[in-house]
Design a protein around this ligand. Sequence first.
Ligand SMILES: [Cu+2]
Length: 204
Amino acid sequence: MYKLNFLFNNVLLINVLLALILVFLPFPSIAQMTEGSGHDSEHGQASGHDSEHAHGEKGNMTEEKHSGHGSKKKDHDHQTHSMPQKMPNHLDVALAKYSEDAKFFISITSKLKPVAINKIHSWVLQIRKPDGEKVSNAKIHVSGGMPMHGHGLPTSPRATKYLNDGKYLIEGVRFNMTGWWELKFMIKSGHHNKDKVTFNIILK
Ligand SMILES: [Cu+2]
């Protein structure tokens, strides 16, 4: 009788332990499930944005590692890619201006008028010193892109020829979509005069 009671107690103890394990173990997985479904609904919202759909899918994979900042999710998605800039309220679209350190005064003119999408065309760039003297020995590097989209130019334009009067031919420019484009020129004249300038072009 005593022995039986002991056995019974042991079985009871094991049962209680089992019950405790069963009760407490599932908790983390239930918590994960509810957290997970919360993420799902957020993904649903994010993917509603057509252009962001692909971003959302990629974000999903990296987000798994540090779940817990659910509210910051959308920001994370953007930061994993290039950071698009907002267009300034008063975008300077002048095609003649001083370079950043005012070492040169530069003007550009498109040979294609009006500038059209997807046509390779040339520009003429004129460089003068602040006193008006034309610069004939400049080395020019061309770059650019679309700040709001975070991409560069679809071609690699180059200064191919010195014309006269401080003017240089820039060949191989192509814009492949509408919107805000930047054309950037790094200009070097002699050993000391180096400066850059950015022109803004809005393509409609
Ligand atoms: Cu673009």
